[in-house]
Design a binder for this molecule. Structure first.
Ligand code: TF8
Length: 335
């Protein structure tokens, strides 16, 4: 609309009035732009699935136009969420970990080693906990339309092959901006530093940090083998991605548009889960050719679990004791 007004204003100055143009554009239907901010680059399942979302929306209506910005070029996870609250950005798909400073209950996913595999993940996210969290997000001016997937997190570093708990001693690990992650890495003996994802590659390159943890697709597709030598399968945390839309944007959509956007977010989310899992498997195989791979044995993992136990106890309170119990119950039932 702004463009039509400008064109009218700069036009031949004869018969076109601004009102005339406004009416005409209302007749043909005004196109609303939906801007999505992503933290990861355009090679990742996150981006590809956002393209799928765009396709699904745009094939169902001419009234919406989806624009995708990747690699944190618009904002990192945390500032993108703030922009959604202000209504200066429409959609973002962050990890849940940075969202816990807005809704602490999302912190259940940050409790290490509580989710064992994707079967359990799917059941828990589709269960009551999933719905309750989405409701709590609403109170913060953002609406969660779907669960997408970042994935199980694995450790990389430039110093040494990690096989046991002691190997973590003093290792400088970048974590997401989340107190539970920070506490967990401290408890495991590492020397963690929280940092926005957008600063991570440079921090590894300049050796401000020795290592980081993220799912295999991110490790491969963000080219971490260029700056990291060792990769270790730890599966210490499952990171969901959450498809968030600004409440302000949502309220400005017609009911029909809302329906289109919501169903596209869900359908693209299905696609995303599949793609994320396939990519995690193939990325691991590729990474084995580019980095030194190690796996923490089950017996050693028990020690990791033991080390973070007090952290889980400690953070039960800040997340909400009852909510954590409910979550752990649902995990139990799903297993
Ligand atoms: C992290 C997260 C990120 C994503 C993405 C940048 O390590 O796993 O990869 O949240 O938005 O910060």
């Amino acid at each position: 609309l702004l463009i039509s007004v400008l064109v009218a204003a700069c036009g031949n100055g004869e018969s076109d009035s601004v009102e005339g143009v406004t009416e005409a554009s209302a007749d043909t239907g005004e196109t609303k732009k939906l801007r999505i901010s992503l933290g990861l680059n355009d090679k990742t399942p996150l981006y590809k699935s956002s393209e799928k979302f765009k396709e699904l929306v745009e094939e169902k209506t001419d009234s919406l136009n989806v624009e995708i910005y990747h690699s944190g070029q618009l904002a990192d996870d945390r500032s993108a969420i703030e922009m959604l609250q202000f209504g200066t950005l429409d959609i973002t798909i962050p990890s849940t970990a940075p969202f816990t400073s807005f809704v602490p209950e999302y912190g259940v996913f940050d409790l290490p080693f509580t989710l064992k595999n994707t079967d359990v993940v799917d059941k828990v996210l589709q269960g009551k906990i999933g719905d309750e969290l989405a409701e709590k997000a609403s109170e913060q001016g953002v609406k969660q339309l779907a669960w997408w997937e970042n994935g199980f997190r694995q450790l990389t570093n430039s110093k040494k092959s990690i096989k046991k708990l002691d190997d973590l001693n003093g290792l400088k690990v970048r974590t997401m901006e989340n107190d539970i992650h920070l506490g967990a890495w401290k408890a495991m003996g590492a020397n963690p530093t929280p940092m926005a994802f957008t600063e991570l590659f440079t921090a590894m390159q300049q050796k401000t940090v020795d290592g980081q943890e993220n799912p295999y697709p991110t490790i491969l597709l963000e080219k971490y083998p260029e700056v990291q030598k060792y990769v270790t399968e730890t599966n210490h945390i499952y990171s969901p991605f959450i498809f968030l839309i600004s409440q302000k944007t949502w309220d400005g959509l017609t009911e029909e548009q809302q329906e289109i956007v919501e169903s596209a977010a869900l359908e693209a989310g299905e696609h995303n889960r599949k793609l994320s899992r396939e990519t995690a498997a193939s990325a691991l195989e590729e990474l084995k050719g580019q980095m030194e791979y190690s796996k923490v044995s089950d017996a050693e993992l028990e020690k990791f679990r033991g080390a973070v136990k007090p952290v889980i106890e400690k953070y039960k309170e800040s997340i909400g004791q009852d909510f954590v119990e409910k979550y752990l119950n649902e995990v139990n039932n799903a297993e």
